[in-house]
Ligand binder design. Structure first.
Ligand code: GLP
Length: 244
């Protein structure tokens, strides 16, 4: 779906999420959301916060799992995805603290493998993700599943691509400060979501959007795996759709 502006597109996405939360509430069920960071979802979170504050949307039944976190990374660090999520969403809505899950960038190296297994199990214990929100990196990554990621990959630690680190460099005041690793849900984790919405805004994403949507399904462009998912919508603004 191509929209004139990312502002309007973000409102539409937020409203789909709000609708799902309400449907689940009416059935007294948890609503399990897979959430993304980066600049792309910010306006979606803004609208969800507005719906909470102005229209009484409650997050009391919402359980969230974030896609990824830099590794190593302190939770209090302003560059952490942990910090980002509280700043843009969790500090402003009535979600229960115990329902928030974000990969922990402070886990000791020797415990990391087990930590990732447990994160995966935790998602499954809630019956999997009802909805997964995704952005896309210029390497074609979703979460931090860089090129080479397997279709059936699960939550794990991964080495970041140079392009990914250089795109993150400005917010870290230099590429030398960008962590070399991250923890990410796998492609296999993401593709089990019942519904996926992937957003891309701006001309910088146009090339990878074309490869993802019109190219062949390949581990070189992990987002292309979404072509096989039966309930995924790509939401684009005009600039991101420019090469289609
Ligand atoms: C990071 C995140 C991704 C995100 C990507 C794009 O690499 N791990 O989940 O999709 O950045 O970020 P942006 O939305 O800022 O373009």
């Amino acid at each position: 779906v191509i929209f004139k502006s990312s502002d309007y597109a973000s409102v539409i996405i937020a409203n789909e999420i709000a609708q799902l939360i309400k449907e689940k509430q009416a059935r007294q069920e948890h609503c399990v959301l897979g959430l993304a960071t980066g600049s792309s979802p910010i306006k979606v979170y803004d609208e969800l916060v507005r719906l909470h504050k102005e229209e009484g949307l409650s997050f009391a039944n919402v359980v969230t799992f974030n896609l990824d976190e830099y590794y190593p990374m302190d939770k209090s660090n302003v560059q952490s995805y942990h910090y980002f999520m509280y700043e843009h969403l969790f500090d402003h809505v009535d979600i229960l603290p115990e329902n928030i899950h974000i990969p922990d960038g402070t886990v000791l190296q020797q415990n990391l493998h087990q930590y990732c297994i447990d994160y995966e199990l935790k998602i499954n214990s809630f019956g999997g993700l009802d909805f997964q929100l995704l952005g896309i990196g210029r390497t074609g990554h979703i979460g931090f599943n860089e090129p080479g990621s397997h279709y059936n990959s699960v939550t794990r630690s991964i080495t970041l691509d140079h392009l990914t680190r250089s795109d993150a460099a400005p917010s870290f005041f230099g590429i030398e400060n960008v962590p070399k690793k991250a923890i990410t849900m796998g492609i296999g984790t993401i593709k089990k979501a019942k519904r996926i919405v992937i957003m891309a805004w701006g001309h910088k994403k146009a090339e990878i959007v074309k490869e993802t949507i019109e190219g062949k399904i390949t581990s070189d462009v992990p987002a292309s795996y979404l072509q096989r998912h039966n309930n995924t919508t790509f939401v684009l603004d005009k600039e991101a759709a420019n090469e289609l």
